[in-house]
Design a protein around this ligand. Structure first.
Ligand SMILES: Cc1ncc(COP(=O)(O)O)c(C=O)c1O
Length: 387
């Protein structure tokens, strides 16, 4: 293999939140933060920039917006202009700015559950109201899937609803919403005057040759109603560099967005710009290879669960490097995340992802296969006394 994704890099004792939170003796598989080396060109560009030695205020690299415009055209046949792009340091920052730009205290933010916790919590940051539409859980043996539920979506909307934060591809389920599902959600929002903030941070982590469809690329009318958030962070495993971007084609919405962040939200830093530029310019072969590796990790985890832990149910993600696991038939008393942690593995805690999710755990599979296998072995050992 051209890239050695099997290489285990020691992150203990460094600056990693993922590895430091639970300390020695615990294998961390909770946060969506990968353990594989970033593309060599990214490492080289950052090293070269560090060696320059002077780190003054930095402007954006001249080529970056052009690269992003070309990327949207090439990947999605989506025509945007450099002026549509607004840099933000992170995607969580990005959807919180969207909340301020499109709503005010007392308004409603529509979200689907299960969901990435900071999306569920965004409304409370702005004294707004969280309005929840559950996705429909479908079982097929011990594979689970989640589908868009039109009645739940419509039922969650009322006159307060001003923003829909969509997570697409979806964390934690790994669903890649179909074009029909996206069109339905977006059409409802356009009709009801609800601004869509489409968190597409996982848009490059697509499995099995599938294609991501940006919500805003569906139609001009939908584009005019949408704030899209993307980033190289998950894609190239550089979340610590602090670089993301919003695409806002509606000039009035963009004006409000820029105003909502003015004076509060910092520009991207030097290393964010340098890393993003190198990644988008040179990282595509690495990206294809890492996606194949993640898909093989996913298949490994599903096979392992079918073989050794059939009392668990797992998603079969179409995108992301996340697996969402239902432990409700495993006989665990209390919180599954806490229980598994006693056996050495720290997983994402389902209870933070919405209603009816307390029996779930999330596994981050962006790691060398050896670490994934170790984590699954610990889960298996944890379940043995219960069977
Ligand atoms: C859907 C989603 N949005 C945003 C983020 C985090 O974005 P950032 O670190 O850029 O704020 C994550 C990280 O896991 C995520 O899964």
């Amino acid at each position: 293999m051209q890239f050695d994704f099997d290489k285990v890099v020691d992150r203990r004792g460094g600056d990693s939140i993922k590895w430091n939170l639970y300390g020695d003796g615990i294998l961390p598989m909770w946060v969506a933060d990968g353990d594989i080396l970033s593309p060599p060109e990214v490492i080289e560009a950052l090293t070269n920039r560090a060696q320059h030695g002077v780190f003054g205020y930095a402007g954006e690299p001249a080529e970056l917006k052009t690269l992003l415009v070309e990327r949207m055209q090439k990947l999605y046949n989506w025509k945007i202009t450099p002026a549509d792009i607004v840099y933000v340091p992170g995607v969580v920052t990005g959807f919180n700015i969207a909340a301020r730009a499109a709503g005010k205290a007392g308004d409603g933010i529509l979200v689907q559950t299960p969901n990435y916790p900071p999306i569920l919590n965004a409304a409370s940051n702005h004294d707004m109201v969280t309005q929840t539409a559950e996705l429909k859980l479908v079982h097929n043996g011990n594979i689970i899937n989640y589908e868009y539920d039109d009645a739940a979506f419509l039922g969650a909307i009322d006159e307060r609803t001003k923003i829909f934060i969509l997570c697409h591809p979806h964390n934690p389920t790994g669903r890649l919403m179909s074009r029909a599902e996206l069109e339905r959600m977006a059409t409802v929002c356009v009709e009801k005057g609800i601004v869509i903030c489409s968190d597409e941070i996982h848009c490059d982590l697509i499995m099995d040759g599938r294609e991501h469809v940006p919500t805003a690329a569906l139609s001009h009318e939908i584009a005019m109603n949408t704030i899209t958030l993307m980033a190289p962070s998950k894609t190239f495993n550089i979340p610590g560099l602090g670089f993301s971007f919003a695409i806002i084609q509606n000039p009035e919405l963009r004006r409000k967005y820029i105003k909502a962040q003015a004076g509060i939200v910092p520009h991207a830093g030097i290393f964010g710009y340098v890393g993003a530029l190198a990644a988008y310019k040179h990282g595509d072969a690495w990206l294809q290879a890492s996606n194949e590796y993640y898909a093989a990790n996913r298949d490994f985890a599903i096979d392992y669960i079918k073989k050794y832990m059939p009392q668990l149910s797992i998603t079969n993600p179409e995108a992301t490097y996340l697996a969402w696991v239902d432990c409700s038939k495993a006989g665990i008393e209390g919180n599954p995340k806490e229980y598994f942690q006693k056996f050495g593995v720290a997983l994402g805690d389902g209870k933070n992802f919405g209603a009816h999710t307390a029996n779930f755990v999330r596994i981050t599979m962006a790691c060398p296969r050896k670490l994934l296998a170790d984590g699954l072995d610990m889960m298996r050992q944890a379940l043995e006394p219960l069977s």
